[in-house]
Design a protein around this ligand. Structure first.
Ligand SMILES: Nc1ncnc2c1ncn2[C@@H]1O[C@H](COP(=O)(O)OP(=O)(O)O)[C@@H](O)[C@H]1O
Ligand SMILES: [Mg+2]
Length: 333
């Protein structure tokens, strides 16, 4: 059977396994992280699903099993599947791009749809949505240039690209010179850059899962313990940060974080699983960002959060795939 052979049996009769296109990589700075998420997800699904792995290169070119695949052939492969699992973090993937591809092809897609993916990828707009829901966010502004655009910025500040991930381009700055430098660097990643006030608080994240049975659950919260001023790219992947799950929170703190996460993901319209990241300050939770395709290796935050709640990594992925199929069938005309 070639990659593009259509499945011979319908899904509903259970006569064959669900065929899942797992896409990893991606044309952004999180390429390697996405490869790891996709490989782990593919391995976990393989015993129970027909997995079709595909990769998007840093240059946007598609491949399968290391062989280049013209984009029309990649689309044909995806169209031969029941479900697309877009394990691509960051722009050109998590931002709704791949959900849109699945939508146009007419197959189910794991995770958030086009709108929620696009808005959550935009940290500035996400903050507007959160604030409208009564969820606290860091003050700040969006800039598109260095120099005069930065006059009046209160220091210290945190500089970050509006749409990126894995802390690329994120920097705590204390002087005007550092501010200009950091904004110039962030502008190489995104045309819009957030300059935010520094929030002092514990970093606590929670996942919101819309399960295949239609219910929505929040995971146990997870606290990140790291030594740096910011949870930077190196610390994220060198093993020096520690995850505490469940985080050691009072019932009120845990409830406030879960309520805020639900309010924001409901307002955004997230589906599948989203990780909602907060600073827990003396005045309560402050939203940092929403990840609609969070890190998905077995050791990533979201799988560890659900493991703490008794849901295995393989079961979490199977539920995400089943949820995508259920939503797709429910939406069918
Ligand atoms: N306003 C802020 N105040 C204090 N620390 C921040 C602020 N914004 C980001 N950080 C730190 O930088 C890290 C990365 O920023 P984040 O916005 O989460 O980017 P990414 O999407 O790359 O993860 C956060 O985990 C946190 O440690
Ligand atoms: Mg983050």
């Amino acid at each position: 059977m070639t990659l593009t052979d259509a499945p011979s049996e319908p899904v509903a009769d259970g006569a064959r396994r669900t065929r899942v296109a797992v896409v990893g990589g991606g044309a952004n700075v999180e390429h390697d992280v996405s490869l790891a998420s996709a490989a782990a997800a593919a391995a976990a699904l393989a015993p129970t699903h027909d997995v079709v792995p595909l990769t998007i290169g840093r240059d946007g070119a598609w491949s399968a099993d290391g062989l280049a695949l013209p984009v029309d052939e990649a689309v044909a492969v995806i169209a031969s599947c029941d479900v697309l699992l877009p394990a691509v973090h960051g722009p050109h993937g998590e931002d709704g791009t791949l959900a849109a591809l699945a939508d146009v092809i007419g197959i189910a897609c794991v995770g958030s749809g086009v709108g929620a993916g696009a808005i959550a990828m935009d940290k500035a707009v996400t903050k507007l949505v959160a604030a409208a829901e009564g969820v606290a966010v860091a003050g700040g502004r969006v800039v598109r240039a260095t120099g005069a655009a930065l006059d009046g910025v209160a220091l210290p500040a945190v500089v970050k690209p509006v749409a990126s991930g894995s802390s690329h381009g994120v920097r705590l700055v204390a002087t005007r010179e550092e501010l200009d430098e950091a904004v110039a660097t962030a502008l190489t990643i995104d045309a819009r850059v957030l300059v935010e006030e520094v929030v002092v608080g514990r970093e606590v994240d929670v996942a919101v899962l819309r399960r295949a049975d239609g219910t929505t659950v929040t995971s146990p919260p997870l606290e990140i313990l790291h030594a740096g001023a910011v949870f930077d790219t190196t610390t994220k992947y060198d093993g020096s940060a520690r995850f505490v799950v469940p985080a050691d929170l009072s019932d009120d703190e845990a409830q406030a974080i879960a309520d805020a996460a639900l309010a924001v993901t409901d307002a955004l319209g997230c589906d599948g699983v989203a990780r909602v990241d907060f600073f827990l300050t003396a005045d309560g939770p402050v939203l940092n960002e929403v990840n609609t395709m969070p890190g998905m290796t077995a050791h990533s935050q979201v799988p560890r959060m659900f493991a703490a709640a008794g849901t295995s990594y393989a079961d979490l992925l199977a539920d995400l795939v089943a949820g995508a199929l259920a939503r797709h069938h429910a939406a069918a005309p």
